[in-house]
Design a protein around this ligand. Structure first.
Ligand SMILES: [Zn+2]
Length: 84
């Protein structure tokens, strides 16, 4: 984003990492996940991609993006029934 959609500020922080902290402060990048076969009992085939974000340095508005959207789109549309 070029400017904040909430407050119109141009103080945009690019490439914000979205992370979680686990045991012993281990850091994990947040991922978005789509199952290729959501109805399967065990092998649902998770396809994931990392998230990154841009944030407003004025009001804190944040917008997240998929790093590799085509990967999730391919998994999503490869399911039967989701092809448009
Ligand atoms: Zn803002």
């Amino acid at each position: 984003m070029k400017e904040c959609p909430e407050c119109s500020s141009d103080k945009i922080i690019r490439d914000v990492k979205l992370v979680d902290y686990g045991d012993s402060n281990a850091r994990y990048n947040q991922n978005a996940l789509v199952y290729e076969k959501p109805d399967a009992l065990i092998f649902k085939t998770a396809v994931k991609t990392e998230l990154r974000a841009e944030a407003c340095g004025e009001c804190g508005f944040i917008q997240s993006y998929l790093v590799d959207p085509k990967r999730l789109w391919f998994a999503y549309t490869s399911r039967s029934g989701n092809v448009e």
